[in-house]
Design a protein around this ligand. Structure first.
Ligand code: 5RP
Length: 233
């Protein structure tokens, strides 16, 4: 059985990683705001710097929730029209494997997260130590699909060996992404060759995006009970 962790301890670890990431922000930077509970802590810390200390930055958010949170602190939110390149994006991850191969999208925001990460010079992951794995696949791999193609894509994913579950909202209805698509959570398989799997998924028509983030992160700040790990790619 994995060790049981007090949720407040995990929260403290997430905060530690978020605090370290805040040190990477410099005045004048354009930053990407990630999504999820760890990225939320970072946005709150960043927002306090903007609101209370006059830090001058501009930001693009990877989800409507993060955009709303950023605006609530007065962080100027811009678009890729105004700002085609970001200096720094800080985001969470569901799994972190060697080489900073990641699974993301547990919060359902993987499409915008990948767009924002892809437009960023320095893509930094913040996480607690529970996210470290030797091989990806313990967490489900989220896959965003165009609704009309969902039955076809479910079959393709099952043929690859995955157990496929349609993500649902708390009220039981299908979860709809910020872009109006459906999400499949694909589980039951260790991902031995992430680049080969990503290549197959990338060429599946109707599959909008998947949660494999490969060769994107340059740094992971991972807070563990033994200290903060700083892993580079
Ligand atoms: C959302 C994500 C999150 O960053 C990921 O799920 C990690 O979240 P948390 O920090 O809450 O553990 O990819 O789509």
């Amino acid at each position: 059985m994995p060790p049981m962790h007090d949720p407040t301890d995990v929260q403290a670890l997430k905060l530690r990683a978020a605090q370290r990431a805040l040190e990477l922000v410099e005045p004048g930077m354009s930053v990407g705001l990630g999504s999820g509970s760890t990225a939320t802590l970072w946005i709150q810390l960043l927002g306090q710097r903007v609101r209370d200390h006059g830090l001058k930055i501009k930001a693009i958010a990877s989800s409507e929730d993060s955009e709303h949170l950023g605006r609530s602190f007065g962080i100027p939110i811009v678009t890729f029209e105004d700002c085609p390149r970001l200096d720094l994006t800080v985001d969470g991850a569901d799994e972190i494997a060697p080489g900073l191969a990641l699974i993301k999208g547990g919060g359902g925001k993987l499409l915008r997260e990948k767009i924002v990460a892809g437009a960023t010079e320095s893509f930094v992951i913040v996480a607690d130590g529970s996210k470290i794995v030797n091989k990806l696949g313990k967490a489900a791999l989220p896959v965003e699909v165009i609704p009309i193609a969902a039955p076809l894509i479910r079959r393709s994913l099952e043929r690859l060996g995955f157990t496929v579950a349609l993500r649902r909202s708390q009220n039981g209805s299908p979860y709809i992404t910020d872009e109006g698509n459906l999400l499949f959570d694909c589980s039951g398989m260790v991902i031995d060759d992430p680049p080969a799997l990503a290549a197959k998924l990338d060429t599946t028509v109707g599959l909008v995006e998947h949660g494999l983030f490969l060769n994107m992160a340059s740094l992971a700040l991972i807070a563990t009970e033994d200290g903060l790990l700083e892993r580079t790619s």
